[in-house]
Write a protein of this length. Structure first.
Ligand code: C5P
Length: 219
């Protein structure tokens, strides 16, 4: 794979609903980077898996090759059912391999109009972009994450209770942290950002301070 030289690469890992997506979008905007929410790709495949008749490695491959980043904004991917399905397909080594190239290409070869890339997910700092210029592990306590996700579901008019959201997040945390292949871990070289008690803007300020120091220092 061709790698663009002298680009800014930002790798973020986080458990579900910790606020990583929000921070990744701020980072992308501030530094003019391509943003890829890698969880959305697993959600697309999770959604495909719910249609058992059409689900095999060939259909997964076809689906991945047809993905356009702007189609990942599709609101139907946000349901809890699809999130859980995503977590289940994400345990499959072959499926992860199929998805890997698409992600690497976004990470290391973003379109010329961007200064670089920011990817968030579960295995970005540990597997996908080990050599990223910046590595963050963004987290928040489980109750904070559950109430944030519950409010998001309420806005989308999804019928789900707070307790169901809490239970589902705990289940996904367990699946994502304990799977054999590419489990969610905080790598030693990732900077920990705990968003529990900070506003979105306050979190970003922390991240920006860290990034500016290195970017300006290296220019
Ligand atoms: O981030 P999001 O909640 O959309 O991710 C859905 C699921 O996709 C996660 O719970 C995880 O199992 C899987 N995933 C993954 N590796 C990534 C991103 C997401 O295994 N890089």
């Amino acid at each position: 794979m061709r790698k663009r030289k002298n680009i800014i690469t930002v790798a973020i890992d986080s458990p579900a609903a910790a606020g990583a997506g929000t921070q990744a979008k701020y980072i992308a905007e501030e530094y003019n980077l391509l943003y890829l929410d890698t969880g959305k790709i697993y959600r697309v495949i999770g959604k495909l898996s719910l249609d058992k008749k059409k689900f095999n490695y060939r259909t997964v491959k076809n689906k991945v090759s047809s993905i356009k980043i702007k189609n990942l904004e599709d609101k139907s991917l946000l349901s809890d059912k699809i999130a859980v399905a995503a977590s289940l397909v994400a345990k499959d080594k072959k499926i992860r391999k199929i998805i890997k190239n698409f992600q690497l290409n976004c990470g290391y070869n973003p379109p010329k109009k961007y200064e670089g890339s920011v990817l968030d997910g579960r295995d970005i700092t540990s597997v996908l972009m080990k050599d990223a210029m910046f590595k963050f592990y963004i987290t928040a306590d489980i109750k904070t994450r559950a109430s944030r996700r519950y409010l998001e579901f309420k806005k989308l008019k999804k019928k789900i209770t707070y307790n169901e959201v809490l239970k589902s997040l705990k289940n996904r945390d367990y699946l994502d942290k304990n799977r054999r292949i590419s489990p969610l871990i905080k790598t030693k070289d990732s900077i920990l950002i705990n968003t529990s008690k900070l506003s979105k803007k306050a979190c970003f300020k922390k991240i920006k301070t860290i990034m500016d120091k290195k970017i300006n220092g290296s220019l």
